[in-house]
Design a protein around this ligand. Structure first.
Ligand SMILES: CC(C)(COP(=O)(O)OP(=O)(O)OC[C@H]1O[C@@H](n2cnc3c(N)ncnc32)[C@H](O)[C@@H]1OP(=O)(O)O)[C@@H](O)C(=O)NCCC(=O)NCCS
Length: 288
């Protein structure tokens, strides 16, 4: 196997979405073509092609404002693993993030974490991936909060609400998710009409993905999650920081199972990224 230094790293643009999609399918991941097109259009992809012209590996850097960038879609085909390709692509992504003067963040799978630790990434908090078929138990919002469908006119205030609570600046991601599947986007407001939470969702290759869910408190988050799950076709996946026990309890009552988890990690310090208090579900490990 060629050493890392000799890796022929090539850019992946959105026009190549169909050619790289089999990488995430082989790994059993939920991304569909629309996800790849969006991510490669909004970020920068890097990968490696085999002698037969097929993509053997991918990686992606997605800016989340000027100070933070998300590294994701680090995938190497089974027969090319353990040869330094994953590490080589990671290094390429880190160079890209550093040259933009930003800090790198990511959500590591169990397989990815061993390559991120030696590169200097440190753990922030664990996240559980949950699968469930349907929501039988609808949770009413707490007194003083109401839910309604989220529309295009809500997007500016959604981004303003999201940023201080997540440490991420991601108006284009929120807009993409809210407009791609409008029936799955809900906003919570208090009696004065102030935003107190939201949930977005999107269709995926094998399941409807619920998230992000950001809210003032866990009671509002639960009402939003149960509303989104009642309004969209299952099965569902949702990625919940382990610290949120009431969400976990509700998911277990719906018969949800958690086959795997992630570790949120960062290389350097990103303000607010270590605080899961208001982050009840990720946009997804690939989007932050
Ligand atoms: C994670 C992944 C990208 C690693 O790609 P790779 O090309 O095999 O990684 P590398 O060869 O650079 O591995 C570097 C080192 O990490 C460690 N490592 C890699 N995979 C490991 C594993 N499954 N278990 C333990 N250590 C592992 C080893 O120390 C390895 O060095 P070595 O092979 O000399 O022992 C690949 O396994 C993959 O695509 N997995 C499925 C998708 C996934 O989980 N991606 C990560 C998303 S966060």
């Amino acid at each position: 196997m060629a050493p890392t230094e000799a890796l022929d790293v090539q850019p992946i643009d959105a026009a190549l979405s169909e050619a790289v999609w089999p990488l995430s399918v082989e790994a059993g991941w939920n991304q569909n073509l629309a996800d790849w097109r969006f991510m490669l259009g909004a970020g920068r992809g890097f990968g490696c092609v085999g002698p037969d012209g097929r993509w053997q590996a991918s990686s992606l850097v997605l800016p989340l404002g000027q100070k933070l960038a998300w590294i994701s879609m680090v995938l190497v085909t089974r027969d090319r693993r353990r040869g330094g390709v994953g590490t080589g692509l990671l290094k390429r992504c880190i160079d890209e993030v550093r040259s933009a003067g930003a800090v790198a963040g990511l959500d590591a799978t169990e397989q990815g974490r061993p390559i991120y630790l030696p590169l200097g990434f440190h753990d922030l908090y664990p996240i559980a991936r949950w699968h469930f078929d349907a929501a039988s138990d609808v949770v009413q919002p707490p007194a003083g909060a109401t839910l309604r469908a989220l529309g295009p006119a809500d997007l500016p205030r959604l981004a303003l609400y999201d940023r201080p609570l997540t440490g991420m600046e991601r108006p284009s991601i929120l807009a993409h998710l809210a407009l791609r599947q409008p029936g799955r986007a809900w906003i919570a407001e208090d009696t004065a009409g102030k935003t107190v939470g939201y949930v977005l969702g999107r269709e995926g290759r094998v399941a409807t993905s619920l998230g992000p869910v950001v809210a003032d408190n866990e009671a509002i988050a639960l009402a939003l999650i149960s509303k989104a799950a009642a309004a969209a076709p299952g099965p569902f996946i949702i990625d919940v920081p382990v610290v949120h026990r009431a969400v976990r309890g509700w998911l277990e009552r719906q018969g949800a199972v958690t086959p795997r988890g992630y570790m949120r990690m960062t290389l350097g310090d990103a303000k607010g990224l270590d605080d899961a208090t208001h982050v009840f579900a990720l946009a997804g490990p690939e989007l932050g």
